[in-house]
Design a protein around this ligand. Sequence first.
Ligand SMILES: Nc1nc2c(c(=O)[nH]1)N[C@H]1C(S)=C(S)[C@@H](COP(=O)(O)O)O[C@H]1N2
Ligand SMILES: [Mo]
Length: 401
Amino acid sequence: MERRDFFKKTAAIAGATALGSSTLEAATTQQPIDNRKVSPVAFPEKRPLIMYSDRPPLLETPRDVFTSALTPNDQFFVRWHMPDIPTHIDPETFTISVNGLVKKELNISLNDLKTKFEQVEVTAVLQCGGNSRSAFKPIAGGIQWGSGAMGCATWKGVRLKDILDQAGLQKDAVWIGFNGSEKAAYYETPNFIRELELSELDDHVILAYQMNGEDLPYLNGYPLRLVIPGYYSDSWVKMLSNITVTNKYKKLFFMDVAYRVPDNETESETPEKKFPKTKPIKKMNVKSVIGYPTRDSVVSHKSHVVIRGVAWDDGHGIQDVMVSTDGGKTWGKALLDDGKLGRYAYRAFRFAFKPNELGKTTIMTKAISKIGEEQPLSKDIKWNHGGYKYNGIDEVTVEVV
Ligand SMILES: Nc1nc2c(c(=O)[nH]1)N[C@H]1C(S)=C(S)[C@@H](COP(=O)(O)O)O[C@H]1N2
Ligand SMILES: [Mo]
């Protein structure tokens, strides 16, 4: 080590000591894991996906699906927290109950839902807060997702607001609890219930029975799920059984323990010392994922390659996607699709690339939102123990042959 470097190092260490455990030197990120293959295990209504568990089903969408703005239902990722998912639901007898602090309790059938309320549609990205978690080093707790714990679909259903209006809220109503139909394997584990504050539920929140023009796939929450555009999907409760209005926040596991980040400016902490105060992850940050090429693509020397992918944020909208084909030395603007799917959807992008040099090259994409938020380099992502909200600049390294 040169003497000059030595002094730099010492200074860094001294700084670290002075800051105590608030320094983030030890924690770092790499790129999310990107070499997993699809599984031969067949799941109902699904094409082969990357499998993390078969019970409960945990299935990730392969990268090459993210070349267009809508994700096909049969390739849409799947995440359940508990294994005991009902295996049969009768659409004729199914009802969703609306109860608690309402003027009139409701039991709404699927048919009533489709005929007695205004039908609305929204195209929105559903992304797990733990998407790309495998980028965090040291390992952050949870499923080590690559970048496919997400998808974008056109959801059709009824406004939650219209349903609550019909039930009529009592004066002291504050919280709305949404309960999924599945059960835990052990009775100590709580049900999958999410509580949302009335004030944060706007007109865009819907109870959806359709996805991309078809009934919801069973594993994506048939017959009915909550859709909260712009928000991470932990609150998009699937296979809804009841909606319960309360005036008091019940401390429930899935609200109080999981899907939370440190409540500080950088939403980060160190592996050694958890930040004591946390907050729900809620709104998505800006992100892009490359769909083509993948690490397995054959990229020919001097051919015309069209790099494709998707970009999104929480609904402010995407301004630009910048693409580099030389590992980040130079950048150009990608062409974005027409944006007609609306502000909560993926923007599909493409970028022409003529590889003039043989050998390995790294393609990178960086999305920038309309409010100027942009993806950081993956090495600049700060660590949190739950491994949430990773949005580093995406990278795919290909071999030009
Ligand atoms: N009933 C129920 N709804 C749920 C969950 C669950 O475990 N049970 N998981 C949530 C989480 S964390 C995610 S990421 C999404 C996954 O939705 P998908 O399986 O349709 O992709 O569902 C959400 N809704
Ligand atoms: Mo999730």
